[in-house]
Design a protein around this ligand. Structure first.
Ligand code: PMV
Length: 346
């Protein structure tokens, strides 16, 4: 075992987009602005060790102690992209120990939590090794996260975070995410997200392929314009706490994302029959009970059920009784809006 010169450990959460990022250009720059809730329970815990240059691969990755050489290309790509800033990268080898708090192959993408945890470690190591503080540590970490996986840029901040230039959002940037701190109704500060695990296997089509298909998509221009409008409308909804308007906008965004997949060439479908069965159940329950609950989807078959903390108890009972049967092995994860990443003590 080589001597460890420096090390850093961070945990970082996953996030769920309300207005979706789908389509990119250049080096991971988004075709439209997006905004998400940062989660709490679905996290990646990562330790990054800096080793002297030696034999063997540049990066060794251990997931729960098990070597994962297939993760290396994405991580090496991130290192390539940041090394003009972090010039020490070329002179070292790296060992990464990583652990996801959510079950392996749950169908929950670990790229947002994983890449943001790694980017935070890189920023921290830079400060340790060069003895200089970044002006805005988290903004820098968000930019590096984005270079690993676009949506990871938003995981660096707790609560709500937006990414992509938009005139209604202060300091918004294509390069990094910014937390939405002002003008958020208290109801959104502890919103719940139960992730119903419909399909735990890996996706048939990666989000990289999906983003690329937006390049020649017949509805690309309309989509990017509409996403911009939705961002503007959502900002007012987030301030007012209007859950009816929130429901309509967020569900429409989720279905539009999947509509874009279904109208790409080649077209593809990531939803499964039970995805639709759950959506119908949610709509039926909402109609009968007037419960302020709604769904969203990311690029997969799992359903995120969103609801205010005030109806948590009743909703969790209903999920166990009525929805868990549609989930693979009856499994789901109860998560909620969280405070963002934190440093782990070594
Ligand atoms: O960060 P990526 O390249 O895995 O893209 C994620 C895209 C969505 O999850 C579908 C939407 C989003 O904004 O997170």
């Amino acid at each position: 075992m080589s001597e460890i010169l420096f090390s850093s450990a961070w945990q970082s959460p996953s996030n769920i987009a309300l207005v979706k990022y789908w389509g990119k250009y250049g080096v991971q720059l988004p075709s439209n602005a997006s905004i998400s809730f940062t989660l709490s329970e679905c996290r990646t815990e990562t330790t990054l060790e800096v080793l002297p240059l030696g034999q063997g691969p540049k990066v060794e990755i251990l997931l729960d102690g098990e070597s994962k050489p297939d993760f290396a290309p994405k991580i090496e790509k991130l290192l390539e992209r940041v090394k003009s800033d972090l010039t020490w990268i070329d002179d070292h080898h790296f060992r990464i120990h990583t652990h996801n708090t959510f079950p392996h192959s749950s169908g929950i993408a670990s790229s947002a939590s994983g890449m943001s945890a790694l980017a935070l470690c890189l920023c921290d190591l830079h400060e340790q090794m060069e003895g200089e503080k970044f002006n805005n540590f988290f903004r820098r970490a968000s930019r590096y996260s984005r270079l690993g996986s676009g949506s990871a840029a938003r995981s660096v901040f707790g609560g709500l975070a937006y990414w992509g230039k938009h005139e209604n959002y202060a300091d918004s940037s294509q390069e990094y995410a910014v937390p939405l701190k002002e003008g958020v109704h208290p109801i959104f500060q502890d919103f719940c997200d139960t992730i119903l695990l419909v399909h735990r296997g890996s996706k048939d089509v990666s989000s990289t392929v999906g983003h690329d298909l937006m390049n020649n998509h017949p509805f690309a221009q309309q989509r990017f314009e509409l996403a911009g409008k939705n961002m503007a409308v959502l900002k007012n909804i987030l301030a007012s706490g209007d859950l009816e308007a929130f429901t309509q906008l967020v569900e429409s965004e989720a279905l539009m994302l999947h509509g874009l997949m279904m109208s790409s060439l080649p077209y593809f479908i990531l939803m499964k029959p039970n995805t639709l069965a759950i959506i119908e159940k949610i709509w039926e329950y909402r109609k009968q009970n007037g419960a302020p609950m709604l769904f969203t989807l990311d690029a997969g078959a799992n359903v995120h059920l969103l609801y205010p903390a005030s109806i948590k108890e009743a909703t969790e009972k209903w999920i166990a009784a009525e929805l868990s049967g549609y989930c693979e092995n009856n499994s789901y994860i109860c998560d909620h809006v969280g405070n963002g990443p934190s440093r782990l003590t070594k």
